[in-house]
Design a protein around this ligand. Structure first.
Ligand code: ADP
Ligand code: MG
Length: 526
């Protein structure tokens, strides 16, 4: 018997077709997650358009039920920022062509895949049939441009349905993006609020307003005007370059020989290092970069990877927050009684520079919980999903002995972990949890220990002060009796005077304590 042979048909997919079929890869798996992800992508673009350019962000987010629609699960999400705006020539592709981005450079931004805004547009288009509406006023332009754009999914091209411009009557610059989509507000509500709250913690220099579909308005006011320094673009570090990238760089370079190529195209490579690399690889410094054989390129890459003496990458392109901003953010949103933060020095994994920052907040407005409450961030983006598989979760719950630092659970403890890098080792394409890279793990542990030691000191001081305060209360009870007794012995003293003077002295001592619960003791003495 002969088997029926079917002829396989081969085709290829454009990026938009691929992501149309695999929306969950980019976080758009269902109406609840899609609503959350849309807010997140648009807010991150808004922050990238402001803080990365030295502008104090003012961001307005609004989610509304779409009344024009018979269905009750259609929402509009509008995000407005005061950022640099988008040149009109780029607006159609920025919102209507997947994998189109201004962030494909070696510089830390929140976005970098060229996907986020388009996924929101795509999801909205597929579930409601409506186009995205974009209004943008570039920072040095005299015009405000508006567009309505749809994605031609088959060809991964924008379709412009409407376009036009107004003349500016004031100096406003920025962007407003409005997407209609099928969403599930009741299921995504708590995540969206939590996302915005965590954004407010990490960006206390931003002004954030959110109006939700139930008519509530939440305002996170700016609590500092200090901003992280904007990230600069850098050249790649030799340790972080693989065979394909090296081939591409060799093709694109304008350097005439290998020696110049290494010095010009890489960071941390000077004349001595360039000569060492070429010596070790057995390649002549005068070789033409465009004419290397594949074996030569491979040898060059492998030689570099084996070398140990190239200076580690610089971290100019990273935009970390610094201790002051982290402490301000934690104080403003959580109102704790104790806060501490540490920013570690730049470190390296697989040729990529990274910086770890940790903040710790304790007591005050924080509710006690059975485990430390973890706030995870990567490149200033809050990570809310897949907490259990994140490297920080493992460290905070398994590696750190909190008892040693004087914390016994349930306790009001919040741990913030922020990792900055142009290459965050995410575990999945969902970009929600970070893998256990040993170098990163080590940095997180050291950072947590450092702030935990400060917490330990604070807690032991507090315990001592409470003990003293309690002693004082006990002694205070005897003051009237002592005063009477003294007055009997020494005729000329008024017992009331002695009593009030002794109480005053005691209270003075207690008031020197900064701890709230002790103040309560002070009040009870008075
Ligand atoms: P990514 O953020 O990964 O680059 P997006 O699809 O989210 O990809 O955005 C595409 C591009 O559109 C961005 O690289 C940026 O240049 C531009 N863009 C999107 N939103 C804004 C905004 N609010 N302000 C300025 N530029 C924006
Ligand atoms: Mg983006």
């Amino acid at each position: 018997m002969t088997a029926a042979v079917t002829i396989e048909k081969f085709t290829s997919l454009t990026p938009s077709e691929f992501f149309y079929r695999n929306k969950e890869i980019a976080g758009f798996s269902n109406p609840s997650r899609a609503l959350y992800q849309t807010v997140r992508e648009l807010v991150e673009n808004a922050l990238d358009a402001t803080d990365a350019h030295g502008i104090l962000p003012i961001i307005k987010v609004s989610i509304k039920r779409d009344r024009d629609n018979e269905r009750d699960n259609v929402f509009s999400v509008t995000v407005e920022d005061n950022g640099i705006g988008i040149p009109p020539g780029h607006i159609p592709s920025a919102f209507g062509q997947l994998l189109y981005s201004s962030k494909y450079v070696l510089r830390q931004t929140r976005g970098m895949f060229g996907l986020g805004a388009k996924m929101a547009v795509l999801y909205g288009q597929v579930t409601t049939g409506k186009p995205v509406e974009v209004i943008s006023a570039p920072i040095n332009s005299r015009r405000i441009y508006y567009f309505k754009i749809r994605i031609d999914i088959k060809n991964n091209k924008p379709i412009i349905l409407e376009r036009g411009y107004y003349s500016k009557t004031n100096s406003w610059h920025g962007t407003i993006v409005k997407v209609y989509l099928e969403g599930d507000w009741s299921r995504s509500k708590s995540k969206i609020y939590e996302y915005l709250r965590r954004t407010a913690v990490i960006a206390p220099y931003a002004e954030l307003v959110f109006s939700d579909p139930d008519g509530n308005i939440v305002y996170f006011e700016r609590s500092t005007t200090k901003m992280p320094s904007p990230p600069r673009e850098v050249k790649p570090h030799p340790y972080g370059v693989d065979l394909e990238m090296m081939k591409m760089m060799l093709q694109l370079t304008t350097a005439e020989n290998l020696f110049d190529f290494l010095i010009r195209e890489f960071q941390c490579v000077g004349e001595v290092t360039a000569r060492n690399i070429l010596n070790n690889a057995g390649l002549p410094p005068t070789a033409n970069p465009h004419r290397l054989t594949l074996e030569d390129v491979d040898r060059l890459v492998r030689t570099i990877k084996k070398m140990r003496d190239i200076k580690p990458p610089r971290a100019y392109h990273l935009s970390y927050l610094g201790e002051e901003i982290i402490e301000t953010g934690l104080n403003a949103i959580l109102r704790p009684e104790f806060v501490a933060a540490v920013t570690r020095k730049p470190s390296v994994y697989e040729g990529h520079a990274f910086v770890v920052e940790v903040g710790l907040a304790y007591g005050g407005g924080i509710k006690a919980s059975e485990k430390p409450q973890l706030l995870r961030y990567a490149n200033k983006i809050p990570l809310l999903y897949d907490e259990g598989s994140d490297v920080s979760f493992k460290i905070v719950n398994e590696e750190i002995d909190w008892g040693y630092y004087g914390v016994s659970f349930p306790a009001p403890l919040v741990v913030l972990v922020h990792i900055c890098s142009t290459k965050i080792p995410y575990k999945g394409v969902g970009k929600e949890s970070i893998a256990d890279v040993p170098e990163i793990e080590k940095e997180i542990i050291s950072a947590i220990r450092e702030v935990a030691r400060r917490l330990k000191l604070y807690l032991s001081k507090k315990r001592k002060e409470i003990e003293e305060a309690e002693k004082a209360v006990t002694i205070a009870k005897y003051i009237p009796e002592v005063a009477q007794a003294l007055a009997k012995i020494v005729d000329s003293i008024n017992p009331d005077n002695i009593e009030s003077r002794l109480l005053k002295l005691l209270n003075q001592k207690l008031k020197a304590f900064k701890i709230k619960s002790v103040n309560e003791v002070v009040v009870s003495i008075e």
